[in-house]
Design a protein around this ligand. Structure first.
Ligand code: B12
Length: 594
């Protein structure tokens, strides 16, 4: 059989090898393989090395990637604090942003990979592995892409907004983070290991395709890929999850030399681009399916990919990030497909977990404005739709002074405006940045109108407690949900991220809020939703509350399984289900009728 190295040399040069390469994405799962937590293996070069060696022994992948918590290392090396989960299997994450403007950026310096943060740990493990296994398999060092690192430095949500509001700052930031990535990447190249760049926050809809084209790809092409190539990097894979079909040409413009078509991407488009430019590409099996199974569905998904792509010279079979405790047989099931008759395979089932469904909130009546809406109110609505926060407070004040009722301002202008935006987002017409700036414009107006509403005794239509479950630090979706709920007239208390099971119950008891919203983005943390539901049962409060669940891996089926009450696929849909939850609580007499 062709050795992994000979095979990869051919495929990376877009020539057909004797077999299809298998490149699973194994990061925290390395810890599971040796009985250690992610926080342990990512801070100890010996354990990291042991984990990688075990990965090699068990899965025999055609690449070995030295990385665990890939998005934290560079940010930590320039000064961010990282939360480690010493007593659990959760993956560490950056605690909070450290800069807010160009002056603060100027005070940061590009790290020295030999001494700063945990960079030396990764380099040491990579050097040792390369020395021992380098004649059998290609070893690569994971580096964080410029956009993902930038987003850690200023905060994920702020970064998204800044891409629209302050492009010069974003360009300066991306230049700096590209230089950091280049420094770390060069240090890997110096020990004989090629880098692999991870930049999943650049995926649409988190980043608009136009921002990627105008700001992100040029930063790579100017400050990152040429430096790595000059240092001697032979291949530079770029891993951006999500559906990146719309930006495939710009991915190539980064100067990277291998692409990823994630499970949501359009494989035909990637194959065509790959052939045209002579660039190999990897296709991933859905990481959620990989973790949750069953094997039969994993095999069907994998065989469908193989059936479509096997004839392509630069095709590599991969997986999304394997969860910490991903069953070994699930990853092996993917690999086994390479020995099956994929050329004649007829797919049995459709994709297991649907990606964003366009028009999810179409069931809700389309938001519309009153035909005779006061021009002042119409202006407020227009600014909210456009995401222009600045004029909104003054206009709201003006409307109040003109004698327009506060409730009318909210109900006829502000809420419909955010409704329009929510619908456009659900239909895929706009991206997260546009939605966030509209939600922030709405917030700016609410700050003026809220005290008046309180004074006049007008109450929010309902109250919601919201948080991301324990072990999970993803909060972009949760924040959007919170803003949309506020926009729809709910009072929202945000418990933040990594929220302990008991905190949901304690806060519900303390505040009397009866609608609880939980967000989870990881298959490893979504089960905490069940524990929260059980904790409400144990506290004797289950029939007093309505539990809403959401986040990318969550489905209606999962919602039913864990005993939650409502599932919302998008922020817009959450508003719809929160209203239903409210109605149910009123029917039951838990809350007073409106
Ligand atoms: C951005 C991101 C990050 C950022 C998070 C920044 C932040 N502040 O949020 C960072 C870099 C920190 C990160 C870290 C990690 N990530 Co991450 N991340 C993502 C990414 C690219 C986008 C998530 C996102 O923000 N989407 C956009 C928002 C708008 O969508 P959303 O969250 O789904 O929310 C919408 C709906 O779901 C719904 N909704 C959300 N919450 C709620 C709540 C309620 C009540 C309701 C009703 C609805 C609802 O409404 C929202 C708006 O429409 C995804 C990829 C993906 N396809 O999801 C991976 C992804 C979720 N991450 C993944 C992984 C593996 C990780 C890490 C473990 C990586 C690592 N090895 O270091 C760590 C985990 C750290 C931790 N302990 O949490 C995997 C999860 C795979 C799995 N098996 O579950 C994914 C799927 C990537 C992949 N393809 O492998 N990540």
């Amino acid at each position: 059989m062709q050795s992994p190295i000979d095979l990869m040399i051919q495929v990376l040069n877009c020539q057909k090898g004797e077999r299809i390469p298998f490149c699973p994405a194994i990061y925290e799962h390395k810890g599971f393989l040796i009985g250690k937590s992610p926080s342990e293996i990512c801070r100890d070069p010996e354990l990291l090395y042991q984990g990688l060696k075990k990965e090699w022994e068990i899965y025999r992948p055609d690449f070995l990637t030295v990385g665990v918590d890939v998005y934290n290392v560079e940010a930590e090396a320039v000064g961010c604090d990282v939360i480690y989960f010493d007593n659990s299997d959760d993956v560490p994450g950056v605690e909070k942003p450290i800069i807010a403007n160009v002056d603060e950026l100027a005070a940061l310096s590009v790290p020295d990979p030999k001494t700063d943060g945990r960079m030396p740990i990764y380099l040491e493990a990579a050097a040792r592995l390369h020395q021992e296994l380098g004649d059998q398999v290609i070893v690569r060092g994971a580096i964080s892409g410029p956009l993902s690192m930038a987003s850690e430095l200023v905060g994920a949500e702020n970064f998204i907004v800044l891409t629209l509001k302050d492009p010069p700052f974003v360009r300066a930031l991306l230049k700096f983070t590209s230089q950091c990535a280049a420094a770390f990447g060069k240090a890997f190249v110096e020990i004989g290991v090629d880098p692999i760049i991870f930049d999943s926050r650049a995926m649409p809809p988190l980043c608009s395709p136009s921002v990627f084209k105008d700001m992100v790809a040029p930063a790579y092409a100017a400050h990152l890929t040429p430096v790595l190539k000059a240092a001697g990097a032979k291949h530079i894979p770029l891993i951006i999850g999500g559906d990146t079909t719309a930006i495939v040409d710009d991915l190539i413009a980064t100067g990277c030399t291998q692409l990823l078509c994630d499970f949501e991407g359009d494989r035909d488009t990637f194959m065509a681009a790959s052939l045209e430019h002579g660039i190999p590409f990897r296709v991933n099996v859905d990481p959620r399916l990989l973790h949750l199974g069953p094997v039969e569905k994993i095999k069907d998904f994998t065989m469908t990919i193989l059936n479509q792509c096997w004839g392509h010279p630069g095709f590599i079979l991969g997986t999304g990030v394997a969860a910490y405790d991903c069953p070994i047989e699930h990853l092996m099931a993917v690999k086994q497909c390479l020995d099956a008759d994929y050329k004649n395979y007829v797919p049995k089932t459709s994709a297991p977990i649907p990606s964003d469904t366009a028009g999810a909130i179409v069931a809700d009546a389309a938001p519309s404005y009153d035909a005779n809406l006061d021009p002042l109110l119409r202006a407020i609505a227009d600014y909210i739709e456009e995401g222009e926060a600045e004029p909104v407070p003054a206009l709201v004040q003006q409307a109040l002074e003109a004698g327009i009722d506060a409730v009318e301002i909210v109900n006829t202008a502000m809420i419909p405006a955010l409704g329009v935006i929510g619908d456009q987002f659900s239909r895929g017409e706009i991206f997260v940045p546009e939605m966030l700036i509209s939600a922030r414009a709405m917030k700016a107006g609410m700050a003026v109108v809220r005290p008046v509403l309180v004074q006049t005794g007008a109450k929010p239509i309902g109250e919601v407690l919201i948080g991301t479950v324990k072990g999970d630090i993803h909060d972009i979706g949760k924040n959007l949900v919170g803003m949309m709920l506020e926009g729809a007239g709910f009072a929202v208390t945000d418990l933040g991220v990594n929220v302990a099971i008991e905190t949901f119950v304690e806060e519900a008891q303390r505040t009397g809020v009866r609608i609880i919203g939980m967000s989870a983005l990881l298959t490893t943390t979504m089960n905490n939703m069940k524990l929260v539901v059980q904790a409400f049962e144990a506290a004797g409060l289950r029939d007093q509350v309505q539990v809403l669940v959401g986040g990318a891996p969550v489905t209606q089926e999962f919602c039913d399984q864990v005993g939650a009450d409502f599932y919302g696929e998008t922020a817009g849909e959450t508003v719809h289900v929160a209203r239903q939850a409210l109605a149910r609580l009123r029917e039951r007499g838990v809350l007073e009728a409106a």
